[in-house]
Design a binder for this molecule. Structure first.
Ligand code: FES
Length: 145
């Protein structure tokens, strides 16, 4: 990746960090989960409201605190999730989010980037009563409540 390209993505990440999309809470959400990255103690809570079909994500919000990568990745995820079905998002490959982030991440940073996605998946699986997919097994250090 060229330096200029890399720089552009760093600016996109910084913009999401400074102006997070979907920051806030939803009262009486249809799906909700809290996730924590025990490496740093950062926490994120995610709230989802479904459309009348009970499957399409009408609204999704997040609150919590964390580093720039975790907050920016969660902000990007909010934009990527609205209008999609709970099933689609619950089974989203982590690569899809990583493509959106578009800068190389160290293993520690990868955990930061996955905090929001893992928490959102847990919220959706809890709401739908479906078991967590195997893809989440690699993140078992991530404490999810
Ligand atoms: Fe805590 Fe990144 S340092 S989530």
């Amino acid at each position: 990746m060229s330096g200029a390209f890399d720089q552009m993505y760093r600016e996109v990440i910084l913009d999401h960090y400074k102006n997070p999309r979907g920051h806030g809470t939803i009262e009486d959400p249809d799906a909700e989960a809290d996730g924590q990255n025990p490496l740093c103690g950062d926490e994120v809570s995610i709230y989802v409201a479904f459309a009348d079909d009970g499957e399409t994500i009408a609204e999704v919000k997040f609150s919590g605190r964390g580093c720039a990568i975790s907050q920016a990745a969660t902000s990007m995820l909010m934009e990527m999730s609205v209008g999609r079905t709970a099933t689609e998002v619950a089974t989203m490959e982590k690569e899809e989010l990583l493509e959106e982030i578009a800068i190389p991440l160290t293993p520690v940073r990868l955990k930061c980037a996955m905090l929001g996605l893992t928490t959102l998946k847990v919220a959706l699986h809890k709401a739908k009563g479906t078991p967590l997919p195997e893809g989440l097994a690699g993140f078992d250090e991530l404490e999810l409540t």
